[in-house]
Design a protein around this ligand. Structure first.
Ligand code: DGL
Length: 274
């Protein structure tokens, strides 16, 4: 069971946009008792089509910002940024980083048809982390990969269902279903916001795998190891524990964050201009 007496940490979480809130949601579920700083780099979203060097530059700048705000640990709540930059971040900074893992392993283990689908960005699908994971865990499994072009933008615009979203999702998911996929891995943190729309296409017989709960559990394990040096504190309410920053539109971030935790005050949302 999760120990609710964990001591307080400042956890920095960042993504190219609002997608990482799907990871934040799972983190605060099991650890309401930390301070969180969520950074949405919406002015540079999507990261997917950008060159690796540019994503590294953004990840480095955001890391410095989060450290300046007191982060003890950073969650790279973006598959694309994890693929492009986590190795460099770990080399250049001394604090721990938790990245996104493409959930190929559970999908391959649970598949009865031997066919799985992976929906992710170009940056993630071409990255060595994902391809190494495939080699290790998807031997003998047919993997249908689809680049979810346009989906991140729809989530950023708050278009989580409706005609346009449904059509685009069908374009990517139908070929997976036609090949017999019984597991679909969401390889981008924006996509869990589309879960309802995805399920309308797949029905209940296909399992949709979001790696966020496993990432939250991993963060928990790391913090548990780190907590010896930390002080006790009073648990806080979920509306009070997170400060939000964005390089893009503040209202967009507010809207998505309040879908998860209603009532977060306006003062918690801030503009970042770098
Ligand atoms: N949430 C990011 C990810 O997990 C979106 C990528 C992008 O900005 O293209 O990959």
């Amino acid at each position: 069971m999760i120990d609710q007496n964990l001591k307080i940490f400042t956890v920095g979480i960042f993504d190219s946009g609002v997608g990482g809130l799907s990871v934040w949601k799972e983190i605060i579920k099991i650890m309401p008792n930390n301070n969180y700083i969520y950074f949405s780099d919406s002015a540079y979203c999507p990261y997917g089509p950008r060159p690796q060097s540019e994503i590294i530059d953004r990840a480095r700048a955001i890391t410095k910002f989060l450290i300046g705000k007191g982060a003890d640990i950073i969650v790279v709540a973006c598959n694309t940024a994890t693929a492009a930059a986590i190795k460099t971040l770990r080399e250049e900074f001394s604090l721990p980083f938790i990245g996104m893992e493409p959930a190929v392993k559970p999908a391959a283990l649970c598949s009865k048809t031997g066919v799985i689908g992976v929906l992710a960005t170009k940056g993630t699908l071409s990255g060595s982390l994902y391809n190494q994971t495939l080699k290790t865990y998807a031997n003998g499994i047919e993997v249908i990969e689809k680049e979810g072009k346009g989906l991140v933008a729809l989530v950023e615009e708050g278009k989580l269902n409706g005609e346009e979203t449904d059509q685009l999702l069908r374009k990517y998911i139908t070929p997976m279903l036609e090949k017999g996929a019984d597991q679909i891995v969401l390889g981008c943190t924006h996509y869990p916001f589309l879960l309802e729309a995805i399920k309308q296409i797949t029905g209940n017989s296909v399992k949709i795998i979001d790696p966020a709960p496993a990432v939250a559990k991993h963060l928990y394990d790391v913090l548990e190891q780190m907590q010896e040096e930390k002080l006790d504190y009073e648990p806080l309410k979920p509306t009070e524990t997170t400060m939000f920053y964005t390089t893009g539109n503040i209202e967009t971030l507010m809207g998505m964050a309040r879908r998860i935790v209603p009532g977060i005050e306006d003062e918690k949302f801030n503009a970042a201009d770098f």
